[in-house]
Design a protein around this ligand. Structure first.
Ligand code: PLP
Length: 396
């Protein structure tokens, strides 16, 4: 008998992947440019030139056994030190190499952190809408997912809903800002209030609640909006960072965990992170990519193209009449479906070759997600299709 649990997970592929597969088939039938695929959050801005130059230079100038060899399980010491310095410089927050653990991207960071923090039956709060993989990682840590609503008006933090969700089994809450799928950046005053709420809860119950900051989109933010650095606001914090989106390197699998030195039991959490990484078989994060992020320290993405895309899709859909959540970051637009059943709405959109993701898998009903990390032309060419879809519903 093989694992029923794993077989079930393997047999239920993500909705996004399903749409992506449909898109491939449809494009082969009617042509690439006729299908408006907005399903996948795969960055369409290439990695900065410096990244490729660094890879070439590393290959030419580093001894192969070192470049392609194992690093220590926690990650190359120099790389971790550079990251700690970067955190100090950018956020004025003091962490050391010993607080940082290199990983294969945010997915691995989350999976390891949840396993490190949770005991069987612990509860982890996720805010709807949320990245669907959270549920898989939480369940793999033998913990329980507690879905909690965001503010209906703007999908910001709903502190009352979070307060209601807290129990003496709550171990952590995952905060993802800028958010996938809503594009929302949570306000600093709400994060401060959340920290206060969690401190009060800890005082009452004696149990610390950790904030897990899932931050692959930290640098993708529009205008001069501040994305608060949560470890500066709340002590019991673990940051799960990734270079997948900020440096357009999702296939290279590189990121890190930063266990705040101010967190309760910080040293033990770091040991638990090492243990969780070990049992999950993460021998070390990809060595060459560790050296790349070390050499490319301080490199920020050029998000101008995403900003142009965002303005075009946001303004166009609003003008047509769609109800759209204001996207301040990441590269997703969250739009109210024109009927309560978002799955049916996405099926209707297919008639116009628009491939959208229904919000159901993000733990909320009645919306669709549009990933606008696609070419400007695709967005421009898709606007008449959105118009037809809207009119279709208005004339029903
Ligand atoms: N968290 C969120 C909110 C994401 O959107 C993604 C990827 O799309 C991840 C985590 C996983 O990112 P990574 O590629 O770094 O594993």
């Amino acid at each position: 008998m093989i694992s029923e649990k794993m077989t079930a997970i393997g047999k239920s592929p993500s909705k996004i992947r399903e749409i992506f597969e449909y898109s491939r088939k449809r494009k082969a039938q009617i042509g690439e440019d006729k299908v408006f695929d907005f399903s996948l959050g795969n960055p369409n801005i290439p990695a900065p030139e410096e990244v490729n130059k660094t890879i070439i230079s590393l290959i030419n100038n580093t001894e192969s056994t070192s470049l392609h060899g194992y690093t220590s399980a926690t990650g190359d010491f120099e790389t971790r030190s550079v990251i700690a310095k970067n955190i100090k410089k950018r956020f004025d927050f003091s962490a050391s190499a010993d607080n940082i653990y290199m990983t294969c991207g945010a997915a691995a960071s989350l999976e390891i952190t949840l396993k490190a923090l949770c005991n069987k039956g612990d509860e982890v709060i996720v805010l709807c809408p949320y990245f669907p993989e959270y549920k898989v990682f939480i369940e793999n840590a033998d913990a329980v997912t507690v879905e909690t609503a965001c503010r209906e008006s703007d999908l910001g933090l709903d502190l009352k809903a979070i307060e209601k969700a807290l129990t003496d089994k709550t171990k952590a809450i995952i905060i993802n800002s800028p958010n996938n799928p809503s594009g929302v950046v949570f306000e600093k005053k709400d994060i401060i209030a959340l920290g206060g709420l969690l401190d009060e809860h800890a005082e009452k119950t004696g149990n610390a609640v950790y904030i897990i900051c899932d931050e692959p989109y930290r640098e993708i933010v529009y205008g001069d909006l501040e994305v608060p650095y949560i470890p500066k606001i709340y002590n019991n914090t673990v940051v799960c960072y990734s270079y997948s989106k900020s440096l357009s390197l999702p296939g290279e699998r590189i990121g890190y965990i930063m266990v705040s030195p101010k967190a309760k039991q910080s040293e033990d959490i770091y040991f638990a992170v090492c243990g969780a990484g070990r049992v999950s078989g993460y021998v070390c994060a990809p060595s060459m990519m560790q050296y790349v992020v070390r050499e490319c320290d301080g490199l920020l993405p050029d998000i101008e193209k995403y900003a142009e895309n965002r303005n075009l899709i946001y303004n166009s859909l609003k003008e047509i009449g769609f109800d759209v959540v204001r996207p301040d970051g990441a590269f997703y637009l969250f739009v109210k479906a024109l009927e309560p059943d978002a799955v049916k709405f996405c099926e209707a959109a297919k008639k116009y070759e628009l491939l959208l993701v229904p919000s159901d898998s993000f733990g909320i009903k009645g919306y669709v997600r549009i990933a606008y990390c696609v070419s400007y032309e695709q967005i421009k060419n898709s606007i008449p299709a959105f118009k037809k879809l809207y009119e279709d519903y208005k004339n029903r």
